[in-house]
Design a protein around this ligand. Structure first.
Ligand SMILES: [Zn+2]
Length: 471
């Protein structure tokens, strides 16, 4: 094994001590640290005065640049109109969102152009490349390149590489859904990555779910079939007649129209509205296939308008009766709760189809979770296909109100994490999710070791993929 910064600081006997300190920092109270929570080591890049998704720690000692991967609340915690601790770097869409929704003063927000390496001021010359994360609109992964010039942060470790002439490369993945596009990106392909900060949300073989583009296509296909003339007794099978009753179509009056309701926005909290970005791809694909308008409340529409999706923005309408696709809070999408919603539009829509996109409630195929060897797991996963026929109706559905669970994830599956790890050159993986317990960290470390060994065995540098957008 190469002697590198991390093998020095993370020698097994030290690793747990460093994580222990990080967990203590994360759970520390304001009182213990004079009104400020301490930032754990993985929030500040080693040897660089840069923090990522670290807004809940106030002004972190030595940090001169704050990066935000995306506008999900667990990543921007504490970011508000009161922020005054330093410049925030992020994608243009994320910048628009935090200014529009969180009222962050624009003078602190520095949007960066995707895919163009940019030198960040006051960081000792660190260059960053912003790359689309394939998570939610505006989400990014960051590739940082530069020298180690400062021991910033609250950790007690000091890097031995400060002042050395060695260039370090860190890939921060925030939240992402790994795809071949990432590993083929010119900033990543063939480059030696010293640290990869990995979105380990689903780093467990039990998390097998279909590629997102297949799921999106399945939703669009299902919505179209259910909006099409068919015999009620037979359901939306292959025997569907071809004549479509779309929003704009000419269905016989007696059959009426179908409303597709898609869960996306979060619910309202008593004091502060929590907005949500994500799931837009399902909405866009379904509406496009149906040739339909999209309705959502004014606040969600405001959020959508911050996003660079002109096609979706053009489909928006403020008239719910004009739209065959509605975006509603995810919590509303159950047969029981959707009934009331369906009733309120009965004068216009005779049938309601609910789509509940969520990454958490799928049931994995039997046998998933048992990985005896990585190669056969990859082959098996690459042969799985997902079509509209795999979408399952939820409990309580009937002919006029059908609710479907959609296995839609905006994080990488275990299979995708494995493909990603086998396709990039890395020295050290740093988990950023499920890190609270020693047992969970040890379990993830075993997979990192497994990937290292498998990578050493393989001839191919990039795991063969089915499509540029998924393995
Ligand atoms: Zn997220």
């Amino acid at each position: 094994m190469k002697r590198n910064a991390f093998s020095v600081i993370m020698a097994t006997n030290k690793e747990n001590a460093i994580w222990k300190e990080a967990v203590e920092a994360e759970t520390s109270t304001f009182k213990q640290n004079k009104g400020r929570r301490k930032a754990p080591f993985y929030k500040v890049l080693q040897g660089m005065p840069i923090a990522v998704d670290a807004f809940r720690y106030g002004k972190i000692p030595g940090v001169t640049a704050y990066f935000l991967t995306h506008a999900h609340s667990d990543h921007y915690t504490n970011l508000s109109s009161k922020w005054a601790n330093g410049l925030i770097y992020c994608s243009q869409e994320t910048a628009d969102l935090i200014i529009h929704v969180l009222n962050v003063d624009p003078k602190w927000v520095k949007p960066l152009q995707n895919d163009v390496p940019t030198t960040i001021p006051s960081t000792g010359g660190v260059r960053v490349t912003v790359i689309e994360a394939n998570h939610c609109p505006g989400s990014s992964i960051f590739l940082f390149e530069g020298l180690q010039t400062a021991n910033a942060g609250d950790g007690s470790f000091t890097s031995p590489f400060i002042g050395s002439s060695r260039t370090f490369r860190y890939l921060h993945c925030g939240d992402f859904r790994a795809s071949p596009r990432h590993v083929l990106h010119p900033a990543i392909k063939g480059k030696n990555l010293n640290h990869v900060y990995l979105d380990t949300t689903y780093l467990d073989p039990k998390y097998t779910f279909p590629p997102q583009p297949q799921v999106i296509a399945a939703c669009a296909e299902l919505a179209q079939r259910l909006s099409t003339l068919y015999s009620h007794s037979k359901g939306p099978g292959n025997d569907v007649q071809a004549s479509t009753v779309s929003c704009t179509g000419v269905a016989p009056k007696s059959l009426g129209k179908t409303l597709v309701v898609i869960g996306s926005v979060s619910t309202l909290l008593p004091e502060r509205w929590t907005y949500s970005v994500g799931k837009e791809r399902v909405v866009g694909a379904v509406a496009k296939r149906l040739g339909a308008k999209v309705y959502c409340d004014a606040r969600k529409a405001g959020v959508l308008r911050c996003q660079s999706d002109p096609e979706l923005i053009a489909m928006l309408t403020s008239d719910p009766r004009e739209a065959c696709v509605h975006i509603v809070p995810l919590s509303l999408i159950s047969a029981e709760r959707l009934k009331g919603y369906a009733d309120s539009w009965r004068d216009t829509f005779t049938r309601v189809v609910g789509l509940r996109p969520t990454g958490w409630t799928f049931s994995p195929p039997s046998g998933a979770g048992l990985v005896t060897d990585i190669s056969s797991m990859l082959t098996k996963a690459q042969h799985r296909q997902f079509t509209w026929q795999d979408l399952r109706q939820m409990k309580g559905s009937n002919v006029n109100l059908q609710v479907y669970a959609v296995p839609y994830s905006e994080h990488s599956s275990f299979f995708e994490l494995t493909c990603f790890a086998l396709s990039v050159e890395w020295e050290k993986m740093i988990a950023t999710v499920n890190i609270g317990s020693e047992a969970s960290r040890a379990k993830m470390n075993r997979w990192f070791d497994c990937w290292k060994k498998e990578k050493a065995k393989r001839n191919e540098h990039i795991v063969q993929y089915r499509d540029i957008d998924y393995w």
